[in-house]
Design a protein around this ligand. Structure first.
Ligand SMILES: [Zn+2]
Length: 88
């Protein structure tokens, strides 16, 4: 077991699962503010993820990494709300 993996079971939060890691279906789950790839579930653990901030509960960090000239803050926030409504 490496630090790259995390046990998804004991987490409690209200962030929706949503498509993030390239799938058309919800494939991202927030654990402690960071997203993990649900398709990386292996032997009770997620093995891919942990570096991407969750847009719902770790919004500031998500904005920091997502906002740029082509993606203004308002657009990114709008998109977060859209995804939250769609997948909640
Ligand atoms: Zn979250």
């Amino acid at each position: 077991m490496t630090q790259e993996s995390v046990n998804p079971t004991p987490q409690v939060n209200s962030c929706p699962e949503f498509p993030y890691f390239g799938a058309r279906y919800p494939d991202a789950r927030c654990i402690n503010g960071y997203l993990w790839d649900m398709d990386s579930y292996d032997d009770g653990y997620f093995t891919i993820g942990g570096e991407e901030p969750c847009p719902f509960c770790n919004t500031e960090e998500y904005l920091e990494q997502s906002v740029d000239e082509e993606n203004p803050r308002e657009e990114v926030l709008k998109n977060i709300e859209y995804v939250r409504r769609k997948y909640s």
